[in-house]
Structure formats: structure tokens, C-alpha cells
Design a protein around this ligand. Structure first.
Ligand code: ATP
Ligand code: MG
Length: 434
């Protein structure tokens, strides 16, 4: 994209309404704009990041064997009456009526709808297990929307729902999702730690929140430093091997890790190398047995012809919250430092003297060579403003082209994360970036 013709409204001033760094940087870098309390429009750069995250989430869900569907945002209140949740859900649910006076709601989550779809389509135990997911906008009328997209009212979530014949099957589904999540976060360039979370009336230990550490996180967290040494990105556990899944689960759940609500002083006392801090919840996985399948009458015929009530779990990732969380984890005083995998563009090309034939020509060549992976700063601005905007927007690479270097087909290549600069040929720069 050419910056001179792009809708990337960067701000020099710090917006007064933003309390935390990711919110400030998202506004300053022109990623989003608020359109109503807790509701955001995604502008070109922000939308590209959101789609990159979504795609990584999708690929890892698919790899785990989950199937993508798309359920509507609007739901009928009747479904929620069947599960018994309609009246109790409270004010977070946005309730509305259509022109025929039918009660509707904007989905805050989809357990009811997916259970309904599944009971219409599946009849026999032979069709289980299955896991269905979608990536869809949710609405929750949060009491205090804040921190930009981190706690919005409208937000993008990946939610998956597993169906198994029994508890043992559901445990396998649960472990697969934990593996998919750890791979997802590793690819996104952040370390997320699974922490024991509340299971509510179900009991047991099959509920984990995935927490990214950041000083501005909403939860206080405690964990064993052993987590700092676990590298999931190099360990290739298989989704199809029960033994692999069990080993992986042991690795991820043996060291102590808990949020405030589940913190256990006795267990904590035994941890040799303690870490504590603030954390952001970016995902949550949960086994809830027959909580929805039973009241909603989801049954399949078992091997002996007797009806079996499937055991379910649900698995959420805050896709839009992750944009803010990634910035919390990757920034400096000058701006965002995007991990390569999610950056809106892999590189920015900074033309230090638009109108200079040599500069223009080499910039155009680099721009063409990078295909859709570059943002070309061709604006007739001061060099200083271009440097500041490129740092603010956080492109992993900057190709800086001025008249002097252009004459020898040389460019300055800057790596945003380290600040390292080197003078190289334009060919070498492109090869490095691609
Ligand atoms: P929280 O405790 O932060 O309100 P939750 O327990 O209500 O989260 P879930 O229902 O488990 O969240 O939703 C799955 C994921 O969706 C969460 O892990 C989080 O990343 C994301 N999420 C939840 N609420 C919001 C929100 N208001 N804005 C953005 N993302 C959210
Ligand atoms: Mg909530």
C-alpha cells in the first residue's frame, strides 16, 4: 500500500482517553477508532493484524481436527430458555425484539446454538467425537468497557465446542485444544501460561485460562519459573496420539500456575522458583459435561441402542483482545514492535526524498519486489516524521532509501525489534525480508 493514499490516520499526540499503552498505541498507529463505548472500527492496518491473528488461530484449530463453521451473531431467546440460561444471564446480554415482537439477543457466546445444531444433525455414537468452531463477533454489555479492544463490548472470539461420548473422550478433546492453544500462542510470538481456573458447579480440574504476562493485566497471577523454560514451538506433540497428548498435558500442568481466584497458598509454598505478576487472559478452555446437552435434549444412539448424552467442552480465544495483548507484550517508547507473524506489513519502505528520480525508482523497485508485503511511505513529509511513524506502526523491517545510497542501489535496512541497521543492496534487503 502507498501511504500517501492510505487510510492510516496516525496521531502525534497521546489520546487522553487511553489509560494503557496498547490502547494508546492502537489509536496513535491508526489501527482502530472507537465508534461507541467499547465498540471499535478496524482501520486498514488494524484489520490486517486482526486477520493475521485469526488465520493462525484457524490453522491450529484445523490442525487439531476441529471443523470451522459460522454461526450467526443474532440468536433466538427460545434456545436460551431451553438451557435455562436466559433469565439468569444478566445485563451483559443485549436483548432485543424483532418487528413481530419475538425476543432475540446478540450472542455473547454460542453453547446453546451449537448444541441445537448438533442435535439436529447427529444421531449415532459413530459420528462422535466432533469439535465445531467459529470465529465470530460477540456482544457483551460489559459494566466497564475499558482498555480499548481488551475489554470491548463488541469483540471477536474464536469459540470451539467439543462433543464426546463420555468423560474420557472429553478429556482427550480438552488436551487437544490445550495443545492447539499453546501452538497458536507460540506462533503469535507470545508466551501464554495455562492457569487453573474455576470450574463452577462442574468441579474437577478441567478449566484453564491462558495468560500473557503484562504489567497492565487485570489478574494477579502466580506461577513456577519452570514455565519460562517450556518451549512448545520446538516440541512436536501429535494430536492423534493419546500418549503424546497425556505427556504434553503433564508438562503443561505440573508446574504451579494460578490466578488470584484459584491461588493455593500451601501449593505455592512448595514452589522453589516463584514468579508473580499481572496477566491478561487471552483464552479459556472448559469442560462442562452434560450441562447443556442434558437440558437441551441432545442424545445420540449408543452402541447398544440406548441413548447417550454427549459430554461437551467449550474453548475460547479472544482474537481481538490479542491485538492489544500482543502490543502490551511487544512495544518500546517509540511504538509497537510487531512479531513477524502478525505484522500488518512485513516492511515499510521510507522514501527520504520523493521527487528525486533515483530515490523514486529504487523505492518503486523495492515496493514491486515485496508484493503486498510492504507499506510504501511515499508522502512528501520530513524524513523525521517518516522515521517516527514507521517506528510507531511497528513494521518488523524498514527499508530506508535516500538519494546518496540510491545512486549505488544500496538501502539502509533496519530491524525494528533490535534497532540494528545495515547498509545492503536492494536485492539483499528483499531477500532478507522475504
Ligand atoms: P473475562 O474474565 O476477561 O471477562 P470471560 O471469562 O468472560 O473473560 P470467556 O467467556 O471465557 O471470557 O471468553 C473467551 C475469551 O474471550 C476470553 O479468554 C477473552 O480473551 C475474550 N474476551 C472475553 N470478554 C471479552 C471482552 N469484553 N473484550 C474482548 N475480549 C473478551
Ligand atoms: Mg467476562
Amino acid at each position: 500500500m502507498r501511504l500517501s493514499r492510505s487510510f492510516v490516520p496516525t496521531l502525534k499526540e497521546t489520546p487522553a482517553e487511553a489509560q494503557i499503552v496498547s490502547h494508546r498505541l492502537m489509536l496513535r498507529a491508526g489501527l482502530v477508532r472507537q465508534t461507541a463505548a467499547g465498540i471499535y472500527a478496524w482501520l486498514p492496518a488494524g484489520w490486517r493484524v486482526l486477520q493475521n491473528i485469526e488465520q493462525i488461530v484457524r490453522e491450529e484449530q484445523d490442525a487439531s481436527g476441529a471443523q470451522e463453521i459460522l454461526m450467526p451473531t443474532m440468536q433466538s431467546a427460545d434456545l436460551w430458555r431451553q438451557s435455562g440460561r436466559y433469565d439468569g444471564y444478566g445485563q451483559e446480554m443485549l436483548r432485543l425484539k424483532d418487528r413481530h415482537d419475538r425476543e432475540m439477543l446478540y450472542g455473547p457466546t454460542n453453547e446453546e446454538m451449537v448444541t441445537d445444531l448438533f442435535r439436529q444433525g447427529v444421531k449415532s455414537y459413530r459420528e462422535l467425537p466432533q469439535n465445531l468452531y467459529h470465529i465470530q463477533w460477540k456482544f457483551r454489555d460489559e459494566v466497564r468497557p475499558r482498555f480499548g479492544v481488551m475489554r470491548g463490548r463488541e469483540f471477536l472470539m474464536k469459540d470451539a465446542y467439543s462433543f464426546d461420548l463420555d468423560h474420557a473422550g472429553a478429556v482427550i478433546a480438552y488436551r487437544k485444544m490445550m495443545l492447539a492453544y499453546m501452538r497458536t500462542f507460540a506462533r503469535l510470538g507470545v508466551q501464554a501460561i495455562p492457569m487453573v481456573a474455576d470450574t463452577g458447579p462442574i468441579g474437577g480440574d478441567l478449566s484453564h485460562e491462558f495468560i500473557i504476562l503484562a504489567p497492565t493485566g487485570e489478574s494477579q497471577v502466580y506461577f513456577d519459573a519452570a514455565f519460562e523454560k517450556i518451549d512448545v514451538s520446538t516440541a512436536r506433540y501429535s494430536f492423534d496420539s493419546e500418549q503424546d497428548l497425556a505427556d504434553f498435558y503433564t508438562t503443561m500442568t505440573t508446574p504451579y500456575a494460578a490466578t488470584d481466584e484459584k491461588h493455593d497458598a500451601a501449593a505455592w509454598a512448595k514452589v522453589a522458583d516463584k514468579r508473580e505478576g499481572r496477566g491478561i487472559e487471552v483464552g479459556h478452555i472448559f469442560y462442562f459435561g452434560t450441562t447443556y446437552s442434558e437440558p437441551m435434549g441432545l442424545k445420540v444412539a449408543g452402541p447398544d441402542g440406548q441413548p447417550v448424552i454427549p459430554h461437551m467442552g467449550s474453548y475460547g480465544i479472544g482474537v481481538s483482545r490479542l491485538v492489544g495483548a500482543l502490543i502490551e507484550a511487544h512495544h518500546d517508547d517509540a511504538g509497537i514492535i510487531w512479531p513477524d507473524a502478525v505484522a500488518p506489513w512485513r516492511a515499510a519502505i521510507l522514501n527520504l526524498k520523493p521527487g528525486d528520480t533515483g530515490c523514486d525508482r529504487l523505492c518503486e523497485e523495492a515496493y514491486a519486489g515485496l508484493g503486498g508485503n510492504a507499506l510504501y511511505d511515499d508522502r512528501a513529509d520530513r524524513a523525521g516524521a517518516k522515521f517516527a511513524d514507521a517506528d510507531l506502526m511497528g513494521h518488523p523491517w524498514q527499508i530506508i532509501i535516500g538519494p546518496r545510497s540510491a545512486a549505488g542501489r544500496r538501502v539502509e535496512l533496519k530491524r525494528r525489534s533490535t534497532g540494528e541497521r545495515e547498509e545492503v543492496s536492494v536485492e539483499d534487503a528483499l531477500a532478507k525480508i522475504l
